[in-house]
Ligand binder design. Structure first.
Ligand code: SF4
Length: 477
């Protein structure tokens, strides 16, 4: 179907299909009810105000499939690809025009093309409006490839389409695209291939978007909020006095450089996601994680704690230098250094990445069952430890880090009582109160937990740091 729709309002359906792991009996529903589908809400802003848009996120609701939209837009990640294709095939059979976009489509366009009328490669801010224009004229192309990398003038996100009460963090926001770094295992370079791979909004536009968000709490979903020093500095200056508390992500080198992290803390940064990835320099080199090489992790941790900023450390297991002891070493190090939360991953060679390419060349890719490319399964031939040891060690690391003993030990590393309590409440509350989270999700009341989160993220004054614990590894300074 590709009829002329220049004068009529359209029925548009935007779908984020559930990730495979979200449907697993072991899944934690709360993990998938955190953030609304911001990308689809961003694209929705390019539609006509007369269009009828139904934005559905399968993580929080059943997808209605008995409707008859004119146009269906589906966001595809690797572990929801199968589900996305089922939905795409269903709507194409019904006569709807179906578009697929997202990370997986950019990595494997030929695969996605089999299930779509049009596909989008790369970010959609310049191609989606062009597509809409073509669609209304009945002259769509099969493939739209992003060329212009500029989000200076994007229209305000259609937050009215988001079912706020169903998310713990409805105030998620993105003020940049991409990241200035080039880690081998990251999707980023494949998604932004052929152009700039890091760019930001205008500071005034970002501040305006922040202003539109009710309440105090914000979650910046940018890959690297501190990635552009000039932009981040002006943003934090502008946020001073806005009475916000926020969370975001940064790299070690940006935390250690200049006084940007102090400005962030002053503007309300209370928790930061940091990709430590590994405690081995050899693993860092293997992954092209240059921004971590030779950096003093403990100095960064100390600085964050002295500013009252909690840390969510991210780690990858299964890099070639890892041995059987890597799990215990990593957990112990995280506990001693008072990381509030830790996110562990099994190394996953996503298609389109340099890691995938090199493993393919070495004949190390075991299969292409994308459902298992979820960072919880071993999908490649390991070297330093067996696949079974890797999987078992990964599961053990989660259990161990989030045992009450280790949550307590990590909390007690702070020497400020308020910080001890906050750490304990945040880590314990996040991992140990599943029935409460499930009840809040069922009763569509997640949003009511926000004041509690804001209280935990409130400022801690006069924080003195005990000093971080040195790494037991000579490789890390
Ligand atoms: S720093 Fe993070 S977002 Fe940037 S390239 Fe590396 S893994 Fe990707």
């Amino acid at each position: 179907m590709n009829a002329d729709k220049t004068s009529t309002a359209m029925k548009i359906k935007m779908i984020l299909p559930a990730l495979m792991e979200a449907k697993s009996p072991y899944w934690r529903p709360i993990k998938y009810s955190l953030f609304p589908p911001l990308g689809l809400a961003t694209l929705s802003a390019y539609c006509s105000p007369n269009d009828e848009i139904d934005l559905q996120d399968e993580h929080i609701e059943e997808i209605k499939t008995d409707d008859n939209p004119d146009l269906v837009i589906i966001q595809v990640y690797i572990t929801n690809a199968k589900r996305a294709y089922v939905l795409a095939d269903h709507y194409r059979k019904k006569g709807a025009y179906v578009c697929l976009g997202g990370l997986h489509v950019s990595s494997l366009p030929e695969e996605a093309m089999l299930h779509a009328d049009s596909i989008f490669i790369g970010p959609g801010e310049d191609t989606f409006p062009v597509f809409l224009n073509d669609f209304r004229k009945g002259k769509c192309k099969k493939v739209y490839v992003n060329a212009k990398r500029d989000i200076g003038d994007i229209p305000p996100v259609r937050r009215d389409l988001i079912k706020r009460q169903s998310y713990l963090v409805p105030n998620s926001i993105v003020v940049s695209r991409g990241c200035p770094h080039h880690c081998d295992f990251c999707y980023k370079d494949a998604f932004f291939e052929g152009g700039k791979s890091f760019y930001t909004q205008r500071v005034d536009a970002a501040l305006k978007e922040i202003d539109r968000l009710p309440g105090r709490h914000l979650y910046f979903l940018d890959d690297h909020l501190l990635g552009n020093q000039k932009f981040a500095s002006a943003l934090f200056d502008g946020m001073k006095g806005m009475n916000r508390v926020f969370q975001g992500a940064s790299t070690i080198d940006a935390i250690l450089r200049g006084n940007l992290i102090e400005k962030a803390a002053e503007a309300g940064l209370r928790s930061v996601f940091v990709g430590f990835e590994t405690l081995s320099e050899s693993n860092l080199s293997q992954s092209n994680k240059k921004q971590n090489l030779g950096k003093n992790y403990e100095e960064a941790i100390n600085r964050l704690h002295s500013l009252g900023i909690m840390i969510n450390g991210s780690f990858v297991f299964g890099l070639d230098d890892d041995d059987k002891d890597v799990f215990k070493r990593t957990v112990d190090w995280g506990v001693k250094n008072a990381l509030t939360t830790s996110t562990y991953h099994i190394l996953t060679p996503y298609p389109g990445t340099r890691l995938y390419q090199s493993m393919k060349e070495q004949n190390r890719i075991l299969h292409d069952d994308w459902d298992l490319y979820d960072t919880r399964h071993v999908v490649y031939k390991t070297t330093g430890l067996s696949a079974e040891e890797l999987k078992k060690g990964y599961d053990w690391a989660y259990r161990s880090f989030y045992s009450w003993t280790n949550i307590t030990r990590a909390s007690l590393q702070h020497d400020n009582m308020k910080q001890i309590i906050k750490h304990f409440a945040y880590a314990g509350g996040w991992k140990k109160f599943e029935p409460l989270w499930n009840f809040m999700i069922k009763t569509k009341g997640l949003n009511r937990m926000l004041p509690l989160l804001e209280a935990i993220l409130s400022k801690v004054n006069n924080v003195k740091s005990k000093g971080a614990q040195p790494s037991p590894f000579p490789a890390i300074a």
